[in-house]
Design a protein around this ligand. Structure first.
Ligand code: XUL
Ligand code: CO
Length: 437
């Protein structure tokens, strides 16, 4: 049975095309810098927004019906799985990402909930084989149920910690069974509203304990993929412990988790932290923690996580430059952690949103490759730091010169100056590459 009858399989038509339900920039098979576009981009569907979210906000009910013609929760979950693969197939998405609770509804007891998960996981495995799709990553929803209102790993209650551990254990098993390439920990409610009622140290230690137990268990059942931390500075909690990439990397190093964990960088989380998307990717890459991406964009005039489909080609260009400079994705990819606006309430809008997001990242990849071929930005960067390849620079870096020698050098010089940063020139070059010949 088809759930999206009116939507055709989406094809690449090229940049002159005016067809709405067609790719204008994303040509999956086209080779750029020695690799097919689809293998550079590893696009993934987010199960929660795409298959579950109906447009509910705090002022109103849903505007899209995602019951897939079913009323019984398990029948709905199974229909949803079929619909998910029809959507991925029509869009040519190779991967999907899910929370345990997206794929199967929670029941009264953990035993029953786990049994439900097993049923849907069997169905998903069957569909994966039929359609040739893969799991980019799985995760556990440790934030919706009221038991997690004070956090999961960071809960004040060891009973809740035990529940969280049990849930993560099962989510890892399901992810592994489905051949998932990674496992994500987004902070959920790991954070605080006020320090007046918060034992900061105990909470941090316990989050690390949950991660360590997860890592050890996963390795014991043969899951070899990376874990990812997905940093976010606020929302739902006023302060989230995984504030940004630098904070999360420091945490992982402190607790000895740096070998098994990487970053999953979300664009909207970066801007909530007061950083650019590119900044968070640069930090991850330079620190050796580049992993995966949640592809979306926020609205700079709003202070929350709007999770919009990414349609800003300037941003995706700079992001794809970082991806290329990181050597590309290995286990990671671009997961559209994005939802249509509440008034975009048809399934056609949903397909259109994916097409827009995929085309914008395809443009980003094309432009990033063009920037590399152009070479002017790289040249200017090399020229700015050229002194460090000279004798003085080399002697400082090798440790040959101490404070006394550096002082003698400075005294001998009297004064020194540095070259221009040439920011406006570089911004103009970027525009040249994006919009010029
Ligand atoms: C929340 C968010 C999550 C994670 C997975 O802001 O981004 O959906 O991606 O838990
Ligand atoms: Co996300």
């Amino acid at each position: 049975m088809a759930y999206f009858d009116t939507i055709p399989a989406v094809k690449y038509e090229g940049k002159a095309s005016r067809t709405p339900l067609a790719f204008h920039f994303y040509d999956p098979e086209e080779v750029i810098l020695g690799k097919k576009m689809k293998d550079h981009l590893n696009f993934a569907m987010s199960y929660w927004h795409t298959m579950c979210a109906e447009g509910v906000d705090m002022f109103g009910v849903g505007t899209v019906d995602k019951s897939y013609g079913q009323t019984d929760p398990m029948e709905q979950a199974l229909a949803k799985a079929e619909a998910a693969f029809e959507l991925m197939d029509k869009l040519g998405l190779q991967y999907y990402c899910f929370h345990d609770r997206d794929i199967a509804p929670e029941a009264e007891t953990l035993t029953e909930t786990n049994a439900r998960l097993d049923i849907v996981a069997d169905k998903l495995l069957e569909l994966q084989q039929k359609y040739g799709k893969k799991v980019l990553w799985g995760t556990a929803n440790l934030f919706s149920n009221p038991r997690y209102m004070n956090g999961a790993g960071s809960s004040n209650s060891p009973e809740v910690f035990a529940f969280a551990a049990a849930q993560v254990k099962k989510a890892i098993e399901i992810t592994h069974k489905l051949g998932g390439q990674g496992f994500v920990f987004w902070g959920g409610r790991e954070g605080y509203e006020t320090l007046l009622n918060t034992n900061y140290k105990l909470e941090q230690d316990n989050i690390a304990r949950l991660f360590t137990l997860a890592r050890d268990y996963a390795r014991s059942i043969g899951f070899t993929g990376p874990f990812y931390i997905e940093p976010k500075p606020k929302e739902p909690m006023k302060h989230q412990y995984d504030y940004d990439a630098a904070t999360a990397i420091g945490f992982l190093r402190k607790y000895g988790l740096d070998k098994d964990f990487r970053m999953n960088i979300e664009a909207n989380h970066a801007t909530l932290a007061g950083h650019t998307f590119q900044h968070e990717l640069r930090v991850s890459r330079e620190e050796g923690f580049f992993g995966s991406i949640d592809a979306n964009i926020g609205d700079m005039l709003l202070g929350w996580d709007t999770d919009q489909f990414p349609t800003n080609a300037y941003d995706t260009t700079l992001a794809m430059l970082e991806v290329l400079d990181a050597g590309g994705f290995t286990t990671g990819g671009l997961n559209f952690d994005a939802k249509t606006r509440r008034p975009s309430n048809t399934f056609e809008d949903l397909f259109q949103a994916y097409i827009a997001g995929m085309d914008t990242f395809a443009l980003g990849l094309r432009m990033a490759a063009k920037i590399k071929a152009d070479g002017r930005i790289e040249e200017a960067l090399a020229a700015k730091y050229a002194g460090w390849s000279g004798e003085l620079g080399q002697d400082i870096q090798s440790g040959k010169l101490g404070f006394a020698e550096l002082e003698a050098y400075a005294l001998g010089k009297g004064n020194v100056s540095t070259g221009s940063g040439r920011q406006e020139y570089l911004e103009a070059v970027l525009n040249d590459v994006l919009f010029g010949a």
